[in-house]
Design a protein around this ligand. Sequence first.
Ligand SMILES: *Cc1c(COP(=O)(O)O)cnc(C)c1O
Length: 379
Amino acid sequence: MVEAVKATAGPKVPFVDLKAQYRSIEAEVNEALLQSAARGDFILGEAVGAFEQEWAQYCGASEAIGLDNGTSALELSLRALGVGPGDEIITPANTFIATALGINSAGAKAVLVDADPGTYNIDVNAIERAVTPRTKAIMPVHLYGQPADMDAILAIAGRNGLAVIEDACQAHGALYKGKKAGSMGSTGCFSFYPSKNLGAYGDAGAIVTSDGKLAENIRMLRNYGQRVKYHHQFAGYNRRLDTMQAAVLRVKLPRLDSWNEARRKAAERYNQLLAGLKVVTPVVAPGVVSVYHLYVIRTPYRDELQKFLGGRGISTGIHYPIPIHLQPAYTHLGYKPGDFPVTEAQAAQLLSLPMFAELTGEQIEWVAASVRDFEKERA
Ligand SMILES: *Cc1c(COP(=O)(O)O)cnc(C)c1O
């Protein structure tokens, strides 16, 4: 009964609000799309080349290659490195399914590692035990917008002769000791899925790299295996970034830093308002600047809290409810419940609160007050 009365006391809070962002850039985006159409410039057009340069420069890499999505970025990075059947790639059990799918698509096998209990990123102390003679690369994920411990990962890779492919699909603009996410490995992989920190108006992705040979290989892989039209060096793919999507991304990129700053401000406000409650707020490692793709809290009463917030018009998410090793798609990897206890506990306890650049102070206060009310009622 108490709940029904309170439900009218706050604003509706969506999980993300893509329409609010569109309204803030509407005229410029419309103009960019119309110009592409008017020029008949659709495939590997002007906006693709321009965005590739701008994105490479933003990330501190020498080249960027625009692709159709982030899963392709992971797959083509591996293919360009010569990874294929029989090869193993080490990656965290706590990630979005696309990380593992990118490995599969290249014909390789994902070897999973548990999560760090504080940051939820890959547990760097468990990586070396997963290395075998078939291991070719480590694929860390900068989960929820926070870079993984890259110094430790690059040191392990160096000792064992492995490549590092960064899954930076949630970390556009995040910093590790001053370096941009995606700029530290052999390649950095990005998705511009609409709800990412930098999102297109459809599927899109990119690889950044400072290895010219890898870049050239990836450019051919994405475009029918050709360098020159109708001359095919190998059987490639069609994985190009759409010109219209590149046009949208070019409008948005100059705003990325201020949008990320707004997310950090929102996260700080959540942290202040949730301090002293039982829910655990995000832990950011020293030397790291997170871009808060997601704002993830932890509580043993996750499902109850999610329902309670839903009843107040607050949308939340779970990232991710089933770890990779317990997905039906990956039974063939041979893992069982209990293999990655930290990840499994997190899957049962993590809850993502609404997070986007346009979130208002009033919305944040309503979410935090509701978490507080939930804890009071439960006590
Ligand atoms: C979004 C995402 C991807 C790739 O997604 P696409 O939908 O293929 O663009 C890969 N890894 C992670 C961690 C992601 O969040």
